[in-house]
Design a protein around this ligand. Sequence first.
Ligand SMILES: Cc1cc2nc3c(=O)[nH]c(=O)nc-3n(C[C@H](O)[C@H](O)[C@H](O)COP(=O)(O)OP(=O)(O)OC[C@H]3O[C@@H](n4cnc5c(N)ncnc54)[C@H](O)[C@@H]3O)c2cc1C
Length: 418
Amino acid sequence: MNPPASSKELRIVGDRDTPAGYELREFLFRSGVAYEWQEGAGSELLCYLPDGACLRSPSVREVALGLGFVHKPRFELYDLSIYGAGPAGLSAALSAASEGLKTILIEKGAVGGQATTSSAIENYLGFPDGISGAELAVRARRQAVKMGADILLVSEGIDAYIKDGLIHNRLADGGELVARAGICATGVDYRKLELPEEARFYGAGLYYGAGAGEARFCSGREVFVVGGGNSAGQAALYFAKVARKVTMLVRGPNLSSTLSRYLIDRIAATSTIEVRLNTAVTELRGGRTLEGISVRDSESGVTRKLACGQVFVCIGGNPNNAWSRKTRLIRDEAGYFVTGAELQAFDGALRTWTLKRPPFFLETNVAGVFAIGDVRHNSVKRIASAVGEGAVVTALVEKYLAESERDHALGRTDTPGR
Ligand SMILES: Cc1cc2nc3c(=O)[nH]c(=O)nc-3n(C[C@H](O)[C@H](O)[C@H](O)COP(=O)(O)OP(=O)(O)OC[C@H]3O[C@@H](n4cnc5c(N)ncnc54)[C@H](O)[C@@H]3O)c2cc1C
């Protein structure tokens, strides 16, 4: 029912500097699948699966299918459905399944979310020497599956509606999944530079996130990291182990307001990292691949052209909420889902709320639908808090399901979960 742990025999022949090649590498890296990459500039992407089959120019989904990662749901009705298998969704799935709830986790790509692009997570309890995001994700996936959760990979949730008191999750492949309660844990997607030509260079020199999976291709090269937050700091330190030089391009006037102290100290102690403050990227240039950027110094007003082949953009994210456009879930101005007592501050948010009790802490304005992790309004953008919310929400889901059972037994119909 769920993905095998890993395979060591996957081989890919292809052009490294293409979006298709990059997306496939990202998926495999995040899924903990070892692969051999054979460079074939300008050639068709060929993927040789462990069973010997060769897929020509495959999509990520086709490779996932070939690896046996894509499955059908086991049940017609689940107790709980979760959109998003980042740290929050994985934690909720593990915790709900361990409590005996029939749980299904729906993920549009590979498990692990943003955390998987991190090379070393050092502020998560129990890992004094740090752990890579990809390893944490693979372990969490195994643990959730062991507890009985179903995980649907490369399956995007595109909508959800409530009918006869049940949540119907609509998936991009045309399928529909029904559950008594639902959790949105869709996190955030990388913010873009919003520059002309950005889409053209994606995967061909321009990458988003800390690029832990790409470090093997940065050996001896100069790498640019855009951003001044913890993810950018981690990326710079990681690339510094293999790259000739790493340049951090930071828009703000210092690192201290955006970066944790331990990362500032390490960056200062690494001679191959240069930090350029007050610096914004204003242009991307190149032919088939990225060859240069322009940067503007906001203090001097001077714009400079720099030659570069690899730029990693780590400038935060925007909430993944596209799936909820047709729903009546309340979001704040920036698009984050509002839950619990914070709904009171949003005009009319509880107009359609019919239960006698107010929404639980992590419950949205639709009873039985919860939001956790980075996609939640006012959340702490950390792995520990996402994982913590995943554990807490299970207790709230159980309360909600018990209440809906009771209401049903009493003939009341105002709880949606039945
Ligand atoms: C490079 C980097 C390094 C970081 N390092 C640290 C660190 O060292 N320590 C720390 O505490 N925090 C760190 N963070 C922050 C941390 O990773 C996030 O706070 C955490 O991942 C949030 O978890 P989440 O599950 O809420 O969301 P996400 O991690 O964003 O996961 C959301 C998941 O939902 C999926 N999804 C989105 N839309 C849909 C849909 N419609 N259908 C199905 N699936 C969908 C996404 O594909 C994704 O897998 C780092 C972040 C980055 C980017």
